[in-house]
Ligand binder design. Structure first.
Ligand code: GLV
Ligand code: MN
Ligand code: MN
Length: 421
């Protein structure tokens, strides 16, 4: 790696493991659950407070903090060329309803720590480096739209479409954003979607591979594709004690038959690469003495192969129709993302940094979705994975070690110095 005076390894050497860990502890208090997890739903009071805390941490450095119209937060460490497009690094502060202490927040705190380390090492870059929080990455945890902030940033999702999305209580993103803006009066405003030079996201792996192999760094090469569906089954409410079988239009019985048939279709033993999940299942009126008249459920389907995504995904509607019995069913695809393959620039830089720091590493493909997916459409992008305990994520038991989090941040710091030179 060419030495431009910044000296390979100098930024990494200033990464402070204890400070990084303490920031995770501080953030985990915002929405902390009794069982050691975090419930910090997109744009709720804790999610807004997480932005305020980051802005407070940025103040001693004099770094500019700005928020755009979708609530993405940017903290800028200037470069020597103010006109140069910045290199961005970050992730999300929102969690699943019973989420963990690392999914998302690690990428934000790693970016912030990398900037602090560059500062401590006296590193000068030509390009500005920005730590970023992307709004509402966790689709369906509160609002039924994932990678929302990054999707709006890159122009994939119109701002007005995102603002109109409502949570399960009917509160819109627009209303939640207006509350966030009012709660952060000291944070400057900036327009959506200014050009960037590159994007790197640190994240826990959320799977078991790195831990099993005893490696600290995953050089992420891409993200598998996904298709998500909403299935709405309409029957008729009826009396549980008096309605004979022939007169029932039981939406729950029909929905259970659909899920059973879908699980058989999506079962790809022994290869086990098809990911099929019914994660939300809502029965109405959900009363013991009423034949249920309405069921809505979600399907989260993921695979690395476009052909499998197409072939299996296209069978969701016919299978639901074939199992609807006396009910009607409407199947809507609510989102879809093609598999992402990062261009070489960022993965190569990540790999060079891991090698230079003598950290055990491997190339790895992401099963989980990330903001780096949308970002790769507008700039060279990539990710750094670190191990998490037993591969557990989207759960309160999610865990990672301070040493692994710091190792990933050292790789991130060197990668950012490289990309911002
Ligand atoms: C994002 O967390 C996902 O569901 O992959
Ligand atoms: Mn995440
Ligand atoms: Mn997640």
């Amino acid at each position: 790696m060419a030495d431009d005076g910044n000296g390979f390894g100098r930024a990494a050497a200033k990464v402070d493991e204890a400070r990084l860990w303490q920031r995770h502890v501080d953030m985990a208090r915002l929405g902390g659950t009794p069982r050691g997890g975090v419930r910090r739903l997109a744009l709720d009071a804790n999610d807004i407070q997480a932005r305020a805390l980051l802005a407070e941490w940025a103040r001693p450095y004099g770094w500019a903090v700005a928020m755009d119209d979708i609530g993405n937060l940017f903290i800028r460490r200037p470069g020597s060329d103010a006109a140069a497009e910045p290199v961005l690094s970050g992730s999300h502060t929102d969690t699943q309803p019973s989420g963990g202490r690392f999914d998302g927040i690690y990428g934000v705190l790693a970016a912030f720590e990398a900037m602090e380390a560059m500062e401590a090492a006296g590193i000068r870059t030509r390009r500005p480096v920005e730590a970023v929080v992307w709004t509402c990455e966790e689709g369906g945890a509160r609002f039924p739209m994932g990678t929302m902030g990054s999707g709006v940033f890159v122009g994939r999702t119109p701002l007005e479409k995102a603002r109109a999305v409502a949570d399960y209580d009917g509160i819109t993103v627009g209303a939640a954003l207006d509350a966030a803006r009012a709660a952060l009066p000291g944070v400057a405003h900036r327009p959506i979607g200014s050009p960037i030079a590159g994007y790197v996201e640190a994240h826990i792996e959320q799977g078991p591979i790195l831990e099993e192999k005893g490696l600290q760094i995953g050089v992420v090469t891409g993200i598998q594709g996904s298709r998500r569906f909403l299935v709405e089954v309409e029957g008729a409410d009826a009396h549980a004690g008096t309605t004979p079988r022939a007169r029932r239009r039981d939406a729950l019985s029909a929905a259970v038959a659909m899920v059973g048939a879908l699980e058989r279709l999506f079962h790809d033993d022994p290869s086990d690469t098809v990911r099929f999940t019914v994660g939300r299942f809502v029965v109405t009126p959900n009363a013991p003495a009423v034949v249920p008249g309405h069921v809505a459920f979600t399907i989260d389907f993921r695979n690395p192969e476009p052909e499998i995504l197409r072939r299996l995904g296209d069978q969701v509607d016919p299978i639901c129709q074939a199992n609807r019995g006396q009910c009607t069913v409407i199947v809507t695809q609510t989102s879809g993302g093609a598999p992402v393959h990062f261009a070489d620039r960022v993965p190569d830089a990540v790999e060079a940094a891991a090698r230079g720091l003598r950290l055990g590493h491997m190339r790895i493909f992401s099963g989980a979705g990330h903001d780096a997916g949308p970002l790769h459409a507008v700039a060279p992008s990539g990710m750094i994975f670190v191990p998490c305990e037993k591969g557990i994520s989207h759960a309160e038991a999610e865990n990672a070690t301070p040493a692994d989090l710091a190792a990933g941040t050292r790789v991130l710091a060197e990668t950012l110095v490289d990309l911002a030179r």
